[in-house]
Design a protein around this ligand. Structure first.
Ligand code: KIV
Length: 275
């Protein structure tokens, strides 16, 4: 583990993939928040948040689209550079944008551009077809997080932002995909909007950290979109929680999210899909 000095002069830990793996091994939970700019990234970093996700959700939160599909690789590179300047301690995860990793060559080029901008791990959405891509990225020294369940880049195939894995065969396939992703070298898995029992099964079936959003309380980590915890989302999803209301400041809201994730008090059943 490396130590660095934060803005406050307090010695702060640099969160790395091996450090987060140790948290999973020890049964300790960690927090992930999205950020797309320097100031919020600094606030999230300075609260000791383990991971910052430069999510392609910026297509909605920053650009005002109704999906992540218009987000380009240039957009992701731009926002990654803005985030890393404020966040020396959090692990920086960055989304591979829509249709930029349809084959292995494109995937390596996309991931390399994100890594050059400051990504420490890239996240890709999909199903079994992302497994050989993860294997190639791993071979090339690029850490990958496999995103399963509600993968927003597939919104039109799903017919909306709907819970995935309710069907028995879909659930079985998701478990197989998670195990295959780990075997291909994935360093983390992210599950979005899947029933709590399925997320629990996957979290127990793999040894790498599993991050959840709308996936119940058993995953190793929880991620939320920063606008959701600050009450800025017009129609928040079931899993969103406004921490600003009670905390009174952005810094305290971010800290409260981290505390509740680590002590297991977030998420509650009302933030999850029990079946
Ligand atoms: O793009 C994003 O912010 C995400 C999270 C919602 C998991 O992928």
């Amino acid at each position: 583990m490396t130590e660095q000095h934060s803005y406050t002069g307090i010695k702060a830990v640099k969160f790395t993939i091996p450090k987060l793996q140790k948290l999973k091994n020890a049964g300790q939970k960690f927090a992930v928040l999205t950020a797309y700019d320097h100031s919020l990234a600094a606030a999230i970093n300075n609260a000791g948040t383990e991971v910052i996700l430069v999510g392609d959700s910026l297509g909605m939160t920053i650009q005002g689209h109704n999906s992540t599909l218009p987000v380009t690789l240039d957009d992701m590179v731009y926002h990654t550079k803005n985030v890393i300047s404020g966040a020396p301690n959090s692990l920086i995860m960055v989304d591979m944008p829509f249709a930029t990793y349809a084959n292995i060559t494109d995937a390596v080029q996309t991931a390399a551009a994100l890594m050059r901008a400051g990504a420490e791990i890239v996240k890709l959405e999909g199903r079994d077809w992302i497994i050989p891509i993860i294997a190639k990225l791993t071979e090339q020294g690029i850490a990958a997080c496999a995103h399963f369940g509600l993968t927003p880049q597939f919104v039109h195939q799903f017919g909306g932002y709907k819970v995935q894995g309710r069907d028995k065969s879909d659930a079985e396939q998701m478990v197989k995909n998670a195990i295959a992703a780990q075997e291909a070298g994935a360093k983390m898995i992210l599950l979005e909007c899947v029933p709590t029992p399925l997320a629990k099964q996957i979290t127990e079936a793999v040894t790498i950290p599993v991050i959840g959003i709308g996936a119940g309380k058993y995953t190793d980590a929880q991620v939320l979109v920063i606008q959701d915890i600050l009450g800025l989302t017009a129609q928040p999803a079931r899993f969103a929680k406004n921490y600003l209301e009670q905390a009174g400041s952005i810094q305290k809201a971010i800290a409260a999210f981290g505390t509740e994730v680590r002590d297991g008090s977030y998420p509650q059943p009302q933030h999850s899909f029990e079946n």
